[in-house]
Design a protein around this ligand. Structure first.
Ligand SMILES: *Cc1c(COP(=O)(O)O)cnc(C)c1O
Length: 391
């Protein structure tokens, strides 16, 4: 018989595209005793999770709660609840996750029109507006706020007017923006949004916070066909998270303790302070990378603070460098996706992992690993980063 040993994970520093380092108190919350999913104590946890999610999303939406599943379950939740077969969807695609949204919408039986942006750039609002006017009306318009595949932040401010021209509900993927950069759903007139727990919330993967405006709820309630997914049907789930508290599925009890603690930490830090921390550390990381002579393919005005895309210099082996960072320093960074596969790295500074210690480790470990490949850094990355941190 095989004798299996208990799982004993090494201590890593997670600076990839997610998961990010989990805060110690969030891990402790996960280990608390499991109670019943209708225990009065747990019902209070659920209410508090909903209440804390609203300011983090920047919304007063009543229908705000975590779905059971990872960020992709949040994506499915929006499309299966808001689309019916034959509906039209306008989807902005500027990376892998926008492409996935289009695929999910197609699988809902929608007629999908995409507007694409070159890899590593934000969507052009003029292109979206042209499609909205020429090819509408649409039931939904969807785009990714923080494209983790390219490190691009999409400005949401022009989007409501475009969605109005399309006659559409406005949907956004906020997986990597939640608790890392301001989202302000209500200010931007977003009708439905989803996120995940393992990026800037620094919680393990497993829940997908979502928020629906009253307008989106009306669309949901006046559907002609039942929601195709029974598990993700918000009409049923809303009755468990609110209203009658009727059993639908067993909520992942301990994951909800964890998100409760992660949200509590975010609000305790203060959202403005948390966003400023992400911005400051991203600026220091970029300064260090550029001091070495590395290139940042995303233009300055479109860069995403929680995730930085950096080009791999000529003659440097992608996998060997990432392997060395992992084996010698316990440091994980992300490889490139799509058109950036083998050509760029993705360095995350998300949530609890966005610290001066981590960015300093990353810059020095990367500098040493690049030198082992024969690359000569132009200047000292740590001095450049320290200068930014000193303000
Ligand atoms: C990570 C991510 C997802 C998918 O979330 P999972 O938790 O991996 O299911 C979706 N969109 C974006 C922008 C992401 O970064």
């Amino acid at each position: 018989m095989t004798a299996y040993r208990p799982v004993d994970p090494p201590a890593r520093v997670l600076m990839g595209p997610g998961p990010s380092d989990v805060a110690p108190s969030v891990l402790r919350a996960l280990g608390a005793p499991t109670v019943g999913h209708l225990d009065p104590m747990f019902l209070q946890v659920m209410d508090e999770v909903r209440a804390m999610l609203r300011p983090v999303f920047g919304t007063a939406n009543e229908m705000t709660m975590p779905m059971s599943g990872t960020g992709s379950a949040g994506m499915e939740t929006l499309f299966v609840n808001l689309l019916e077969p034959g509906d039209k969807a306008l989807i902005g695609v500027h990376g892998v996750f926008g492409g996935r949204m289009a695929e999910v919408a197609r699988r809902c039986g929608a007629e999908v029109v995409t507007v694409d942006a070159p890899w590593g750039q934000a969507l052009d609002p003029d292109d979206l507006m042209k499609a909205a006017k020429a090819k509408g009306p649409f039931k939904v318009m969807a785009l990714v706020h923080a494209e983790t595949s390219t490190g691009v932040l999409q400005d949401l401010s022009p989007m409501r007017a475009i969605a109005d021209a399309a006659g559409a509900l406005l949907l956004t993927d906020c997986v990597t923006s939640l608790a890392g950069v301001p989202i302000d759903l209500d200010k931007h007139g977003v009708d439905a949004a989803y996120s995940g727990t393992q990026k800037c919330l620094s919680c393990p993967p497993g829940l997908a916070p979502i928020s629906f405006s009253d307008r989106a709820v009306t669309t949901l309630k006046t559907r002609k066909h039942p929601v195709q997914s029974w598990y993700l049907d918000l009409n049923l789930i809303a009755n468990y998270w609110g209203g009658a508290r009727a059993y639908h599925h067993t909520a992942p009890v301990n994951m909800n303790y964890a998100i409760h603690e992660a949200l509590r930490l975010a609000l305790d830090e203060g959202l403005e302070a948390r966003f400023a921390r992400h911005a400051r550390h991203a600026a220091a990381l970029r300064a260090g990378l550029q001091a070495m002579g590395l290139e940042l393919p995303v233009k300055a005005s479109e860069r995403l603070d929680p995730l930085t895309l950096v080009a791999i210099p000529e003659g440097v082996d992608d996998k060997r460098v990432r392997g060395r960072l992992m084996s010698d320093y316990g440091l994980e960074i992300g490889g490139g996706l799509g058109q950036f596969a083998g050509r760029a790295w993705r360095i995350g500074l998300m949530g609890a992992a966005s610290t001066p210690r981590n960015l300093t480790l990353c810059l020095s470990a990367l500098s040493a690993s690049l030198q082992a490949e024969g690359f000569k850094p132009k200047a000292d990355p740590l001095a450049a980063a320290a200068e930014v941190l000193a303000g």
